[in-house]
Design a binder for this molecule. Sequence first.
Ligand code: SF4
Ligand code: SF4
Length: 432
Amino acid sequence: MAPELGRLITDLGERSTYDAASQCSRCGYCEQACPTYVATGRESHSARGRNQLVRQLMEGKLKDPSAAQEALSTCLLCGACSTACYAHVPTADIVLEGRRKLAEEPPALVRLLSWLLIEHPSVLAVLLKCAYAAKRMGLPKLFAPLLRLLGFDALVEADAHVREAPYGFLFEKLRRKQWSENPEWLYFAACGPNYLYPRVGLATVKSLEALRGPGAFLDNGCCGLLSYNYGSIDDARTLAKRAIEAHEKRGKNLPVVADCSSCVAHLKSYPQLFSGEIAWRQRAEAFSDKVRDAVEEFADCELPEGTAKAVTYHESCRACHGQGLRTPKALLKKACGDSFHELPESDVCCGGAGAFSFVNPELSNEVLVRKISKIAVSRAELVLTSSTSCLIQLAHGLKKYYPQGHVMHLSEFIALRLSQGKHELHGKTTRA
Ligand code: SF4
Ligand code: SF4
């Protein structure tokens, strides 16, 4: 059995996982907010059903605990149920505790990845570069039938979903950059921008420098979300401690800004990892207080107006449900004017959810189709969002179902608008 957290921080205070699950009164008020319930119509695939299963699992009342496996593994961990719930029952965390109770050990691939992230990040970088070179040559597609035969279906799905294969990583570029001696903020490179979307991290840094003054790179490792969601709590704690120490070393009063909302929500939840370690709990609280999502950092910034394609905004689950950060409407309306189109159901999950789309491709696709149909209804050509998983999933879905649309991180949009403004300003100055 995998180690569990045992205690969760809920809106009603800290309590045992069992007590947190027992807060669910089974009212069903959150049913229609749950994408997997809406897609399947199955009670076991709703928050109410899942909370009950975890409670019964903990009471030892489930005759066949493996029956809970499918219901718990198909939870997107989106948190929409908690937003809809009057008591904010933390179903996603409860589901993860249930999964840990059921799991003998984390899957081998996750164990390998966690080990590389903790012990040998430079080896991981080399392996990823080899994998990306193979992807650019089309090898995974060529060997897809063999990979499926060997049981690596998730790898085949990952290859089909992920369109990027960058030549260099973000941390390499940021280490070469000249940084200020007196930074006013620190940039935390989450794994998505680091290994998959370096352009997102560069856009965030560029925009922060333009809008918030000089900063510095924290030169951090993984935040530990992969271990928290799919692997071991001990690994998640190790990685959290490293991030906290890195921040304390660089200047613990400086804000830490990151641009993958899933990782930011996890960084903000570090105190929950240390309920039994008072000293680390206090350090985690001090760290989490300083963490900022690029979404909140840019929400009140002044952007030059400009002509734009029809723009809409998809709210990453871990921004809106995980952190309470909603669409930066004032910013987008000011920057885009009438080109900003509201997205119906903007806070409903796109079905990406980390590795969910690779592991549960059919259910993920059902959720995705609904999201893309809403984007089509909005008539947007450009969809903005704030987490790596949404970027992967929406790029995949738009290409497949609505090719006139494309997706971009909010930071990229801001960096682009700032540079357009600079050029326009420069053009005006020259003409004058
Ligand atoms: S999670 Fe909350 S809203 Fe949903 S059934 Fe339980 S108590 Fe009701
Ligand atoms: S976290 Fe999302 S998928 Fe899971 S029960 Fe809640 S609403 Fe449903």
